[in-house]
Design a protein around this ligand. Structure first.
Ligand code: PMP
Length: 433
């Protein structure tokens, strides 16, 4: 062959575009999007700011900075004030400088970092289980675990207020899904009895501390039922770790039930443990199975090494400094007592880390949140469809780092603003007038 310039080939003729048979819908024509826009325009019309997606300028704990202004903050899950703690930061920084920011791929592919194993060992020791596995998100942990364990022909019983991730995992599994009334052992027993011949395997899923209401289940009662009906019991203790029990060990300590009575302990690293990710602790076979079959583990990146180190350091601090938990309990009780004194509806809250103030309509919740924001208090409204319309609320996350003054002042401002809002009848009527 002769060396030289390659002959110039004529460009291939471009095929004529085919006429479109159908056009994909534009996203802004989707009903859910239109509903969102309608809600936003209604809020704009009455001059309400958007309470969601505000940008915080620095670490958000008991206080936060937004647009250069300091707010008392009740929108952080940092229940024990460990986010940004010097020991937690130092652990994350040490891991960062050794391993970088990323585990780069699934642990099956990219291998372990020592921090994964150290964290899993510490969490397994906390629950007295044989093993533990951590994944990159709490939500993904529930989805992946439930979808890996159950299949069509099985059944999942869950509290009606269970977190979205459990419902999504249940749907993905193909198992039947049956919900029972909130914290209602009798309702679950009736369901278990009525459906006892309809499935092969059964899983009961409850939470430790319910994040909308701040109440907790009777763990001993659920353990008795799961034993009587041969079901597995899974506890999502996302909000219970660091909060429930005298030393914050979780739902088992709160209910004085050995942790070994629960088949699957699930939790997140994003709340008390001031990191990001989720975990499952349980029998060795369960964890081995999840590590080889749970999609959210097998096909997803391993936890970032600095985040694993931060969670390990936070867990150690939580266990070493139970006075943080005691402070959180005092703060929660104070909030609850002040709220009750002013006649506010706090539902079934135990007065620990989560206290809702139930208002009964979404507009009132959004308006009150806006008024509190004007007065230097950041708290999120929880509105339909996250909760039924009649139980729209403001939800306060209490931390060990709030001061008693911040709590008293907040409840006073809240009750005063609500009184003012209630004068003159319903907001909707006034707006229509
Ligand atoms: N379970 C419960 C009960 C939760 O409240 C949450 C999130 N708030 C999750 C799971 C998911 O956890 P993460 O945000 O860490 O993904």
């Amino acid at each position: 062959a002769r060396l030289g310039k390659a002959p110039v080939r004529p460009a291939p003729a471009r095929p004529e575009p085919k006429p479109a048979l159908a056009q994909a819908q534009s996203f802004d024509s989707l009903p859910a999007y239109k509903e969102l826009k309608l809600q936003r325009s209604a809020a704009d019309l009455i001059g309400l700011g958007n309470p969601f997606f505000r940008v915080h300028d620095a670490k958000a704990g008991a206080t936060t900075q937004i647009d250069g202004r300091t707010f008392t903050n009740f929108s952080s899950y940092d229940y024990l004030g460990l986010n940004g703690h010097p020991e937690v930061n130092a652990a994350a920084q040490a891991a960062l400088s050794t391993y970088g920011t990323s585990a780069s791929a699934s642990r099956i592919v990219a291998g372990e970092r020592p921090g994964h194993l150290v964290l899993e060992k510490a969490l397994a020791a906390h629950y007295g289980t044989e093993a533990c596995v951590v994944m990159v998100s709490g939500h993904a942990t529930n989805v992946a675990t439930i979808a890996a364990l159950l299949e069509p022909g099985d059944v999942i019983y869950h509290d009606t207020l269970i977190h979205n991730s459990v419902v999504t995992g249940a749907q993905l599994s193909g198992a039947q899904r049956r919900s029972f009334a909130h914290n209602d052992l009798q309702a679950l027993e009736s369901l278990l009895h009525a459906t006892r011949h309809e499935h092969r395997r059964a899983l009961i899923v409850i939470e430790g501390l319910y994040s909308m209401d701040g109440d907790a289940p009777d763990l001993a009662g659920f353990v008795a039922l799961k034993e009587r009906y041969g079901a597995w019991l899974m506890v999502d203790d996302a909000h219970g770790l660091g909060v429930l029990g005298k030393d914050g060990h979780g739902l088992h300590e709160h209910c004085d039930v050995p942790p070994g009575s629960v088949d699957i302990w699930m939790g997140t690293l994003s709340k008390t443990l001031s990191s990001c990710g989720g975990y499952v602790a349980g029998a060795g076979a369960l964890i081995e199975l999840l590590k080889c079959t749970a999609g959210g583990f097998v096909y997803s990146v391993g936890l970032s090494p600095p985040l694993a180190a931060a969670a390990t350091a936070s867990l150690a601090l939580m266990l070493r400094e139970p006075e943080r938990v005691a402070r959180l309990r005092r703060n929660g009780s104070l909030f609850l007592a002040c709220a009750r004194e002013r006649g506010l509806d706090v539902g079934t809250s135990l007065g620990l880390a989560v206290v809702p103030v139930i208002l009964g309509d979404s507009l009132k919740a959004v308006t009150l949140s806006d008024r509190l924001f004007q007065r230097g208090i950041n708290v999120q409204p929880i509105i339909h469809p996250a909760v039924p319309e009649r139980s729209s609320r403001l939800r306060f996350f209490i931390t060990s780092e709030h001061t008693p003054e911040q709590i008293r002042e907040t409840v006073t401002v809240l009750a005063d603003e609500l009184d003012e809002l209630n004068q003159g009848g319903s907001l909707v009527e006034r707006l229509m007038a």
